[in-house]
Design a protein around this ligand. Structure first.
Ligand code: G3P
Length: 220
């Protein structure tokens, strides 16, 4: 399973990239606004210089023609940009054109299995079902992931990867992994939570204490 970080915060991206566990980055207009950066193109360029894997950069327009023009601009920033488009008729039209042209496309704001089928037919590299936002309205986000994995597995010609988005907890990540989802895009705070277990902390404290008792050091 690939781990993307869902942020536009450069400090978080740098520190998580340094772990060697990061496979890519996803951004969206809300995350860009939160980052406080005033030059979107430069921000994406900088993120793409930190991470080798796919960097999702989202279009701003909702109409087909301007969306396509923006998608082409974003794709030129770096070869590993995944242009992010909304799951709308215009977005899927842009997806098909850009995918046919060899650009990675991430189709975002997916909330149903029917929408995920359309994204695959449009040649999306990634489809982003939002699990947390479905949970927020009393639906089951992980059931949608299970449905999409089942459907995609039934059609080997569908090459679209399931990118689990709107992740809110380590449980979302583990459940997605059990279903065989290809990617999870995870907020920095949740990635850090993945490392933690109280028995790890307790066990390590004991090892450190016992090691001191030996009076030894490991030669370096
Ligand atoms: O980037 C798309 C998605 O991960 C957003 O998550 O937490 O705003 O629902 P959230």
């Amino acid at each position: 399973m690939k781990f993307f970080v869902d942020t536009a915060n450069l400090d978080d991206i740098k520190s998580l990239a340094a772990t060697g566990l990061l496979d890519g980055v996803t951004t969206n207009p809300s995350l860009v606004a939160k980052s406080g950066h005033s030059n979107f193109i430069e921000l994406i360029r900088e993120i793409a210089s930190i991470v080798d894997g796919p960097v999702s950069a989202e279009v701003a327009s909702t109409d087909f023609e301007p969306m396509l023009a923006e998608a082409k601009t974003l794709a030129k920033i770096a070869p590993h940009i995944a242009v992010k488009v909304p799951l709308t008729p215009a977005g899927l039209k842009v997806c098909k054109i850009m995918s046919d042209d060899g650009t990675m496309v991430n189709v975002t704001l997916c909330f149903s299995a029917a929408q995920a089928i359309l994204a695959a037919k449009a040649g999306a590299t990634f489809v982003s079902p939002f699990v947390g936002r479905l949970d927020d309205i009393g639906q089951n986000g992980m059931e949608l992931i299970a449905d999409i994995c089942t459907i995609y597995n039934a059609y080997p010609k569908f090459r679209t990867e399931v990118l689990v988005a709107s992740v809110r907890s380590p449980t979302h990540v583990v459940e997605a992994a059990k279903m065989g989802a290809d990617v999870a895009t995870i907020p920095p705070s949740v990635i850090r939570q993945l490392f933690g277990h109280p028995l790890t902390d307790k066990g390590l404290a004991q090892f450190v204490e016992d090691w001191k008792k030996t009076g030894q050091t490991i030669p370096v």
